[in-house]
Ligand binder design. Structure first.
Ligand code: AMP
Ligand code: MG
Length: 416
């Protein structure tokens, strides 16, 4: 990408996060559909509507263990002519004066139109005595198609296949299941100072933490992590690694090397590459100001800032959402839910929209209250530990006072 000074000025304009999200959304292409065995479909996103092929239940089924009878028969004594278990169909017809012992889920034998539960009966040799005043036709029977009607929409495309959804899909006889392919994602940590977590530190060195926290965040989403590693601030090595990833992955994530320093090579490499388009590289937010977003064909490239909190906050606001859009997650499940919460402590605003790591809980009066997790410096990963929300603090002159309402993006449920 080459650019005139004017283009560069626009590229470096500090964009509000909402504008950045809209830009990213424009470059997202939907993942293709693939069919996976039902047993491996847990958590995947349904790529097509599932409609019922058959009625469910497919036969009138008993909801109780008891006796299948003719409801209108007024005599309390019935002769037992057989037992109807679930899973087969006995050859017996129920008429006045007769009953068939029946189990929950078993098909109603011909002639019967009600089930009297065992609790309302008494057994006397080959007879059963019914201690129930009126037996209504249809009592304790699930009619054909009363749970699901053939042709009914069961699950729309975009549904995440959790336990109930997988059960429904199985019940409808859909195996394999059409789901969207998982985006292929790689993570590259960059920096001369980085060593492996199991290594001692030399002078000026720190351990690479971003690679591992980003991979962990990615594993919460439906992606295939194709590669993760680290590299020093050497231009040719970084270029070689990036090239390889750009050809194979749907999303390439890098950490570090996007600020204003001489060795901030990711920024330079993306900017200089002929076949890469950079769409923005500065945001009106804290932390995460130097986030770079670029594309290579359909591949999305996120150059995250190196500070551990910055990389996780930008992942949360931009990458998680992008992944969910790519795999077609239903619109109302893409963003973290936003709640109005009441501050219990003062917060000092900054000069950009700040996303403070916070704890939201429900107080004794049932109100949602929030505080931050202490010191919010972008190198202090401890500020993310135990946080269940990002507290959105827009810039302003005055302090945010305890008792004020602010917006919280919920990362998990409020604490009790
Ligand atoms: P950079 O964005 O490369 O200028 O890095 C900003 C800060 O984040 C510096 O203090 C780096 O040492 C630190 N940093 C960069 N990458 C990592 C990483 N993978 N893990 C932990 N800290 C990092
Ligand atoms: Mg660096």
């Amino acid at each position: 990408m080459s650019a005139s000074p004017l283009d560069t000025q626009e590229l470096d304009r500090m964009r509000p996060p909402a504008e950045a999200r809209a830009i990213i959304a424009r470059f997202i292409t939907a993942m293709p559909v693939e069919h996976v065995p039902l047993a491996e479909a847990s958590g995947r996103i349904l790529a097509m509507d599932v409609t019922a092929r058959e009625d469910h239940p497919p036969f009138p089924a008993s909801t109780m263990d008891g006796y299948a009878v003719v409801a209108e028969d007024s005599s309390p004594w019935r002769e037992i002519i057989g037992t109807q278990n679930a899973g087969n169909m006995i050859d017996a017809e129920v008429t006045d004066g007769y009953a068939v012992r029946i189990m929950t889920g078993a098909p109603l034998p011909p002639g019967a139109n009600a089930v009297v539960p065992v609790e309302a009966t008494e057994l006397a040799e080959d007879h059963v005595v019914i201690h129930q005043e009126d037996v209504e036709p249809g009592e304790n029977i699930r009619a054909v198609g009363s749970d699901v009607r053939a042709g009914e929409l069961i699950l729309p495309a975009g549904t995440r296949l959790g336990p109930a959804e997988i059960g429904l899909v199985a019940g409808m006889g859909v195996d394999p299941v059409p789901v969207s392919r998982r985006p292929r994602v790689s993570v590259l940590s960059t920096g001369d100072e980085l060593v492996e977590p199991n290594q001692p530190l030399g002078p000026g060195q720190i351990r690479d933490s971003n690679r591992f926290s980003l991979v962990t965040a990615l594993r919460e989403e439906q992606v295939e992590i194709t590669w993760f590693g680290k590299a020093p601030d050497k231009r040719d090595e970084l270029e070689r690694l990036l090239r390889a990833r750009l050809e194979q992955d749907d999303i390439v994530i890098t950490s570090g090397g996007v600020s204003m320093g001489e060795l901030d090579l990711i920024k330079a490499i993306l900017f200089d590459a002929e076949d890469v388009d950079v769409h923005f590289r500065r945001l009106y937010m804290k932390p995460g100001k130097p986030l770079n977003f670029a594309t290579h064909g359909k591949t999305l490239i996120f150059g995250l800032p190196g500070n551990p909190v910055s990389s996780l906050v930008t992942f949360e606001l931009f990458i998680r959402t992008a992944i969910r859009r790519m795999i077609g997650v239903a619109e109302d499940r893409i963003d973290r839910p936003s709640l109005r919460v009441m501050l219990t402590e003062d917060i000092e605003p900054s000069d950009r929209i700040e996303y403070q790591r916070g704890i939201v809980r429900v107080d004794e009066q049932g109100r949602l209250v929030a505080r931050n997790t202490g010191m919010q410096r972008s190198s202090r990963l401890q500020s993310f530990v135990g946080a269940n929300a990002l507290l959105v603090i827009p810039p302003r002159e005055r302090t945010y006072r305890a008792g004020e309402q602010i917006e919280a993006l919920m990362l998990a449920s409020p604490l009790a």
